[in-house]
Ligand binder design. Structure first.
Ligand SMILES: Cc1cc2nc3c(=O)[nH]c(=O)nc-3n(C[C@H](O)[C@H](O)[C@H](O)COP(=O)(O)O)c2cc1C
Length: 141
């Protein structure tokens, strides 16, 4: 039983590049053992993350992440049972929003800023799929 979950959150004021790197390092260390894959987008203020894997594993990880003080306003945007993964290649891929073509953001929203609170979950998922298709997702090593 595979599921895909997507949420948005707002980073704590104190979170910097080093803090982001620590989150990604922990994700890459933990997720393979749990069979979880996904992608994390960070715009400087807002996180957008997709988690894929077994229902129990994704649920447990989401509940843990939601309690993490490094972010707040955690909002569930999408949850679905899936036949196959879309982000199987990443234990936790990373998208550097500063290097992203603004046209990609404009395609799915009114302005060229990442604001998953202002658009539908469907639009955010479409953006994720496009990020993968355009090879905008990187690995943390
Ligand atoms: C935006 C965000 C995304 C996160 N993503 C993951 C993740 O994909 N996998 C993970 O294990 N922890 C993730 N974390 C960290 C968890 O909240 C938690 O600190 C960590 O899983 C604890 O792992 P440990 O028990 O091995 O120390 C994330 C935290 C934040 C703030």
């Amino acid at each position: 039983m595979l599921v895909r979950l997507m949420y948005a959150s707002r980073a704590a004021g104190s979170l910097d590049q080093e803090g982001l790197a620590a989150i990604l390092k922990k994700s890459v260390a933990n997720n393979p053992a749990a069979g979880v894959t996904g992608v994390l987008c960070f715009s400087g203020k807002i996180f957008l993350q997709v988690l894929e894997g077994g229902r129990a594993q994704v649920s447990a990880l989401y509940n843990r992440i939601a309690q993490d003080p490094r972010h707040h306003d955690v909002m569930l945007l999408s949850y679905e049972e899936i036949e196959e993964r879309s982000f199987a290649g990443w234990s936790m891929g990373q998208v550097n929003m500063s290097r992203l073509n603004p046209a990609l953001l404009l395609k799915y929203s009114e302005s060229a800023t990442l604001d998953p609170y202002a658009v539908s979950g469907q639009a955010s998922m479409a953006l994720f799929n496009e990020l993968v298709a355009t090879a905008s997702v990187m690995c943390q090593t």
